[in-house]
Write a protein that binds this ligand. Structure first.
Ligand SMILES: Cc1cc2nc3c(=O)[nH]c(=O)nc-3n(C[C@H](O)[C@H](O)[C@H](O)COP(=O)(O)OP(=O)(O)OC[C@H]3O[C@@H](n4cnc5c(N)ncnc54)[C@H](O)[C@@H]3O)c2cc1C
Length: 345
């Protein structure tokens, strides 16, 4: 199928199966915001085993001018980055992207999206821009701002040779616009190229591992207020009981209480769980920059004036030392009762 080639393109690419779907709605919103630099036009490419028409509707509501629904029968819900990169590459090629294009391609921020963006840049001979805090586009150039050296420095990059590939944090969902929804064109792509084989699963649950953070529905995050490794050991117990992933603020990583891969924030991971439980975290902008706008925040802090309470959906003023042991006990008792009830059925 022939597509119209425009001089400049803005394209959001989103694998939409399994954990990867997280962040897609926010990426659409962020792309829509950036599209003012592209005359209001942008394209959305959804890649999956069977991307639903729902996605096309969401893209239309966000203002996408063209929505590409790219189906690859071999994709599943737990695909490796290798497989996602191959499928996204084929989808973008089928959508007309070629080396040398003045096109900006966006992926959702987060460990998966950042790697996909970087590897796509290599495949298209383009420029990998990394995870960007701010992007501005003028005719023939793209300028970005991004954190470096664990957030201790800021890089300002400019490039005149596309295509450019960047991971961006989500924006707020945009209100529905029936006018743009009506003018959005939907194209279906059947992907056929063989994907790399599925590697044998070696999934282990590691505290704060990036895999755990990437797709977690619940994240329990500790801050400097946890006081040390003992506090973090208790947080680990809590997150185990809740089936949550464990994260930390920058000072806890610097202190070695949690692994570097568990850092959330401006210079750490961008996460989009349904619920983010922040304990002993003050709620600085640099930390909150790592939490998706749709996540519900539950904050536990001993200081009633802590900034985190201004953004929390649920706030508990308490010392963790007093609250967590009782909470863990309660969760264990509930789990035991559930098991006994199930066994008695
Ligand atoms: C360029 C740059 C990038 C940065 N990137 C990041 C980043 O990616 N991620 C990040 O987290 N930070 C980042 N920071 C650091 C950030 O500015 C803050 O220093 C950091 O977020 C504070 O972490 P915190 O909330 O754990 O600690 P604090 O601000 O010290 O807060 C500790 C909180 O614990 C509470 N508390 C104390 N005792 C208890 C108790 N017993 N029970 C309950 N609550 C208690 C206190 O009331 C307080 O609110 C960055 C800074 C810069 C300049």
């Amino acid at each position: 199928m022939q597509i119209e080639k425009t001089a400049r393109r803005l394209v959001a690419v989103m694998p939409v199966d399994g954990e990867q779907r997280l962040g897609s709605a926010e990426l659409l919103a962020a792309t829509a915001t950036l599209s003012t630099d592209f005359g209001g036009a942008f394209e959305a490419v959804f890649v999956g085993k069977s991307p639903e028409d729902d996605w096309a509707a969401k893209a239309g509501e966000a203002g996408a001018t063209i929505t590409w629904l790219a189906r690859h029968p071999e994709l599943g819900s737990t695909d490796s980055t290798d497989r996602l990169v191959s499928a996204c590459h084929e989808a973008l090629e089928a959508a007309g992207l070629v080396s040398g294009d003045q096109a900006l391609v966006l992926c959702a921020a987060g460990p998966g999206g950042e790697e996909v963006a970087a590897r796509l840049a290599i495949r298209f001979g383009g420029v990998p821009l990394g995870r960007c805090a701010d992007i501005t586009c003028a005719a023939g150039s793209v300028s970005v701002r991004r954190a470096a050296f664990g957030g201790r420095a800021e890089l300002h990059l400019s490039s005149t040779k596309g295509p450019w590939f960047a991971a961006v944090r989500g924006g707020k969902r945009v209100p529905e616009s029936t006018e743009t929804a009506r003018s959005s064109r939907v194209e279906r792509l059947e992907l056929v190229s063989p994907l790399p084989p599925i590697a044998p699963s070696r999934h282990t649950r590691t505290a704060g591992s990036s895999t755990a953070l990437a797709g977690a529905r619940i994240i329990v995050a500790g801050g400097r207020g946890m006081g040390g490794e003992t506090g973090f050991a208790l947080l680990q117990e809590l997150s185990d009981e809740m089936g949550a992933a464990l994260a930390g603020s920058l000072p806890t990583i610097d202190a070695g209480w949690a692994p570097v891969s568990a850092q959330v924030g401006q210079s750490g991971k961008y996460v989009t769980p349904e619920t983010y439980v922040a304990i002993g975290i003050s709620g600085t902008p640099q930390h909150l920059a790592g939490v998706g706008p749709e996540s519900r925040i539950v904050a536990i802090n001993s200081d009633p004036e802590a900034e985190i309470f201004k953004v929390a959906d649920v706030g508990v003023v308490a010392k963790w030392e007093e609250l967590l042991p009782a909470l863990i006990k309660k969760l264990r008792a509930t789990a035991k009762t559930d098991l006994t009830t199930a066994a008695g059925r």
